[in-house]
Design a protein around this ligand. Structure first.
Ligand SMILES: Cc1cc2nc3c(=O)[nH]c(=O)nc-3n(C[C@H](O)[C@H](O)[C@H](O)COP(=O)(O)OP(=O)(O)OC[C@H]3O[C@@H](n4cnc5c(N)ncnc54)[C@H](O)[C@@H]3O)c2cc1C
Length: 300
């Protein structure tokens, strides 16, 4: 497969492109093999042209943000991997709204909100994803979720045109949005916040970060909570009750600090993670009758 045209589009936009690049260094799991081409677009136009070329030439492509909720195969990915991250991360204020490029990190957006004395996003402090990835997943924590703060987003539709979608049409529910499983690409997200006191906002964010550090194994690579919260249960409790705390497969381990996290203790492969996930699902189902469902997305 030749990626000459993709390279030319990247060059035209001054966007970074790397060939035969290991994806592991871009994922929060530090896992994943060599990918044919990895592009970091720096504008909505660049994304649109890349995707349009891939679609026209039938080149397989993948879109990720900060890769904090994905497990990518040890064999890498064939085709073009489009990482919408720091190179596409402008944030601007309009009244009480922050309009953020899809690649803006939630930490940068939360800091911008705090600086602008805008409240509403405190719950998201410490979620390590991008605006696009967070909206796609309807990310949430500490009683808040994207659903509460997103006003609208602009996205690239399957027909190659840029459209706007309002919150009411986003079908936002637990770790699900209207973008889940579609080829729509989120280009920017408008967060509607409200005036607050920047010291109070800061205090709330710091409190949340302390809780995260205390409870979560942030010292190890992971993709956050491995499983969705099953109706009426807590995944971590079920896993612990099945005696799986600390259970290890190769370099993968059920965190001893928080059983809801599978961590990379060092040198874990995607296969190790998949095996530990399947072992957990089997044992928990056998012991409790509850079938756990992965929250992180397995891409191969
Ligand atoms: C330590 C840790 C803690 C975490 N804590 C939380 C938490 O408290 N709450 C929570 O909800 N999550 C949490 N997560 C998971 C993760 O950070 C969130 O789901 C985050 O929103 C994913 O964003 P991302 O940019 O990394 O998306 P990625 O992992 O890159 O992608 C996730 C999905 O979104 C799609 N996607 C990404 N960007 C776009 C785009 N621009 N347009 C269309 N589709 C796109 C991808 O195709 C993929 O299917 C945690 C993860 C870690 C590692």
């Amino acid at each position: 497969m030749s990626y000459d045209t993709i390279a030319r589009i990247a060059e035209k936009h001054n966007a970074r492109i790397l060939f035969d690049e290991s994806i592991a260094r871009y994922t929060s799991f530090n896992i994943g093999g060599s990918c044919d081409a990895v592009v970091m677009p720096n504008s909505a136009d660049c994304i649109r042209e890349l995707v349009s070329e891939c679609r026209a030439e039938d080149i397989k492509y993948y879109v990720f943000g900060k890769c904090t909720n994905v497990l990518i195969s040890d064999n890498g990915l064939r085709g073009v991997v489009i990482l919408i991250g720091g190179d596409c991360s402008d944030i601007r204020r309009e009244g009480d709204c922050l309009i953020c490029d899809a690649g803006a990190s939630l930490s940068k957006i939360c800091t911008a909100a705090k600086t602008a004395s805008l409240s509403g996003l405190e719950f998201a402090y410490g979620i390590p994803g991008s605006a696009g990835g967070a909206l796609y997943m309807n990310a949430g924590a500490f009683g808040g979720e994207m659903k509460d703060v997103v006003k609208y987003c602009d996205y690239l539709d399957s027909d190659g045109t840029v459209k706007r979608m309002d919150n009411a049409d986003m079908q936002l529910s637990y770790r699900h949005s209207a973008f889940t499983g579609t080829d729509k690409i989120i280009l920017s997200v408008c967060f509607e916040l409200h005036p607050g006191d920047s010291n109070e906002i800061s205090e709330k964010m710091n409190g949340i970060m302390c809780k995260r550090r205390e409870k979560q194994p942030l010292e190890y690579p992971s993709a956050g909570s491995t499983f969705k919260r099953p109706e009426g249960h807590f995944a971590a409790k079920l896993i612990e009750d099945s005696g799986l705390k600390g259970y290890t497969v190769g370099g993968a381990q059920v965190s001893e600090k928080h059983s809801g996290f599978v961590i990379n203790r060092g040198g874990a492969s995607a296969e190790d993670i998949k095996k530990i996930v399947n072992d957990i699902k089997d044992k928990v189902y056998k012991d409790s009758g509850v079938m756990l469902e992965c929250e992180m997305l397995i891409v191969e």
